[in-house]
Ligand binder design. Sequence first.
Ligand SMILES: Nc1nc2c(c(=O)[nH]1)N[C@H]1C(S)=C(S)[C@@H](COP(=O)(O)OP(=O)(O)OC[C@H]3O[C@@H](n4cnc5c(=O)[nH]c(N)nc54)[C@H](O)[C@@H]3O)O[C@H]1N2
Ligand SMILES: Nc1nc2c(c(=O)[nH]1)N[C@H]1C(S)=C(S)[C@@H](COP(=O)(O)OP(=O)(O)OC[C@H]3O[C@@H](n4cnc5c(=O)[nH]c(N)nc54)[C@H](O)[C@@H]3O)O[C@H]1N2
Ligand code: SF4
Ligand SMILES: [Mo]
Length: 892
Amino acid sequence: MNAPLASPPSVKTTCPYCGVGCGVKATPDGLGGALVEGDRDHPANLGRLCSKGAALGETIGLETRLLHPLLRGADGTLARASWEAALDRIATGLRQVIETHGPSSVAFYLSGQLLTEDYYAANKLAKGFIGTANVDTNSRLCMSSSVAGHKRGFGSDTVPGAYADLESADLMVLVGSNTAWCHPVLFRRMEAARKARGTRFVVIDPRRTETAAEADLHLPLAQGTDALLFSGLLVHLAGSAAFDAAYVAAHTTGFPEALASARAMTPDAAATARACGLAVEDVERFFALFAATERAVTCYSQGVNQSAVGTDKVNAILNCHLATGRIGREGMGPFSLTGQPNAMGGREVGGLANQLAAHMGFSGEEVDRVRRFWGAPNLATHEGLKAVDMFAAIGRGEIKALWVMGTNPAVSLPEADAVRTALGKLDLFVLSENVIANDTAACHPHVMLPAAAWGEKDGTVTNSERRISRQRPFLARPGEVKPDWWALAQVAGRLGFANAFRWRGPADIFREHAALSGFENAGTRDFDIGAFVDLADAAYEIFPPTQWPAPRGRPEGTGRLFAAGGYFTPDRKARFVSPRPAAAVAAEPPFPFVLNTGRIRDQWHTMTRTGLSPRLGSHIPAPFVAIHPEDAAPLGLQEGMLARVASAHGAAVLEVRLDAGQRRGTLFAPIHWSGATASHGRVGPLVHGVTDPISGQPDSKATPASIQPHAAPFAGFILARRPVVLPEGVWWARAALEGGYGWRMAGSLGPDAWRAFVAAAGPADVAELVDAPAGLYRAAAFDADGRLDFAVFVGGAGQRPAWDALKGLLAEDQVSAADRRHMLSGRRAGGEAACGPQVCACFGVPRDAIVAAIRAGAHDAAKVGETLKAGTNCGSCLPEIRRLLRETAVSA
Ligand SMILES: Nc1nc2c(c(=O)[nH]1)N[C@H]1C(S)=C(S)[C@@H](COP(=O)(O)OP(=O)(O)OC[C@H]3O[C@@H](n4cnc5c(=O)[nH]c(N)nc54)[C@H](O)[C@@H]3O)O[C@H]1N2
Ligand SMILES: Nc1nc2c(c(=O)[nH]1)N[C@H]1C(S)=C(S)[C@@H](COP(=O)(O)OP(=O)(O)OC[C@H]3O[C@@H](n4cnc5c(=O)[nH]c(N)nc54)[C@H](O)[C@@H]3O)O[C@H]1N2
Ligand code: SF4
Ligand SMILES: [Mo]
């Protein structure tokens, strides 16, 4: 059990999920859990939380945690070891590799989910002392195009605005961002602006997402064409009253060239519409809205970054804000929405292979400065390998030692099967993890180190608006769990660098990080938190959420930048950068579709934490592929059946969702399922390893792919209190349920095989229903106390029963005689048979109930809330409720 820290009774910390960086108030319950609420005083969320934040309390159990170091023995299996033995093994292994193959044969693969202090320690050890720049992070897959675009445009990796701008904007342009699902609390702040001041929403996304459905204007552009759209916009702005000649003249360079190049590519709205696959009226409306609305914010995320032309897309957006001088002023500006809780912190400490710490690069002057500051004997002098290239080098045997920390690359990197193979070739593979089992842990690390998790970690993170917030512990570290920075410092000591890593705690590291940021800075570098060089331990404890830069003498930080220029280029002027001409992504037989990948509302990445929450699993319980109905029909694909989606690199088997909001010729699949949660649900193996040549960010949203029906004559589900191993060849996807798990499954195994499967489990007390002609088999097994132990329901495909009505039985101490009689018919005594997927995670309200309430007269979201409570807590489901209101109104 996870013990609470004695006092204070409730602790203010920061949500460990997305880059919104919501403040959380956690009150341990003394039983290993905690009550989690939004922190009303935190400027990012002012008390709000989304469905994931609200369910944090359900994800802090210890069942799946790694609690002790593990070492791989001669027989290849991992066994418990002492910290001493594990650290010695790492140090010896590193020393051997360095002596034989040189420091560049060592790599670190880090994460935007590490705290700044952990990240700083890893970067210092690798780049400064081991002497390898092969340090990269999952932020390469996430934000690196924004970093590169910012640097090209501004001379520094600076987000100019603040969240307050989202509430004071009159036009909100959301590009490649499913904000309603991925930054839900920001979306609620945007909605508040719409209510208060009539803000208009334009959403630019090939899919009609929940976010797009809320927009005044949705531009479903062809994948990869954003730079063309914004190039067309630049041409339009240049000839409009919105053009700010004074700002352009005083604070920028390169405008005439950029305009000429934009005119050559996209001379007018008609040409732009053609290039982007859009209706010309929609493009004209967008251009007019943007030109007419001074207070315009353009938020963008992975539809922009994760592209072979991602950096160009970023600069095309920045160009439009520079040309109108709409930057760094209230209610306006370009706004990169960061993904992970500490995507920004990682950039600050030099987590990327092409950066040094504190936003410095590899110029001779910067290398020299960092070397002197650290007293670093072996400072790396050249950029290292970026994530995709790094894993390719591992695959070729050029990198021999790898330390992975806070990320699950066997799932999340493109061409993920090749990544798995590569991991098997290492002489030394160290994995620092919170969980004992995930797909990367299955790739045979030599050492696994148990890292402190959310609730135990102690340090800082930086959110999308440059705001540094504390993550504070409220639970004691269980088992032998240690902070990541501590493990790094211990290894550094063993390599002979103890003096440079003599930190007593995270506050020491934070002060050093602050000192480096201010070292020989004098306003030349954007990232400066020199105000905190001497921050006392007690002040670090209560450090308030603060936006950098906060140079010496300015501890209150800075809300916005660049309203009056002051860019971080040598001449202090911003640069217009012309995007290269790039056409829409094309796909041809044998892979005629463009596979787009992304997120769903209630899961976080590879589900190692959100996958533990029954509430979060009920929204979308299985991996799916969305396809336009008119693309599906000729292929014989129907709603709910299985489809095999394949690319040149791999394949997955997913449930089909017909979605008229899907652009023709494209597929969409979520990234969350791994080998741990589904048999064939990983999309990473399909995704091509193409990267943006400037940023090195993978083009994860546009892989040529094929889709075809996957024969599965039988389908059904299993409910069980414990994990069960399903027969070989069965397709399955697992979800956490209250009191156990549920598996959706399908395949060629019919009633007889499942009957044998149940018999083999040897249940003490089993009720069965066999209807051979109908191809139906159902069984429920009870334990000695009369509790439901497991249930198996199988039938013909296309008549898959839903478990919703029965799943509650897993959590009950006893199944009543009446329920026993009814349950094999798929219902509870007196209950309904099925109720469809859950829309409101907070109150467990299913879609069917919402539709019924609408039919019964609940005419708006507020009425639905009054009737069912749905949507009245975190509000993450409000866009879906409003969609049901629209759709139901139509069908009624
Ligand atoms: N629920 C949830 N929230 C999360 C996360 C999570 O795992 N789950 N992860 C966090 C992280 S790390 C990140 S990076 C963010 C990501 O947040 P988002 O970027 O909002 O999420 P994605 O679903 O990856 O992609 C966004 C959209 O890009 C669209 N897109 C694809 N290609 C193009 C294109 O060429 N142009 C345009 N304009 N759009 C395109 C996709 O259709 C998709 O709807 O979310 C963060 N928040
Ligand atoms: N096809 C496709 N691929 C994608 C994306 C996409 O849109 N499409 N998105 C990309 C993006 S934007 C991202 S951010 C990545 C995310 O991909 P990953 O980073 O691989 O996903 P996570 O599941 O967040 O993995 C985090 C792991 O770190 C562990 N962990 C959490 N906190 C800590 C800690 O403090 N210390 C240690 N040592 N371990 C910790 C967790 O248990 C978990 O196993 O996926 C990328 N991959
Ligand atoms: S929006 Fe949700 S996931 Fe993101 S930080 Fe806030 S509560 Fe956490
Ligand atoms: Mo991300």
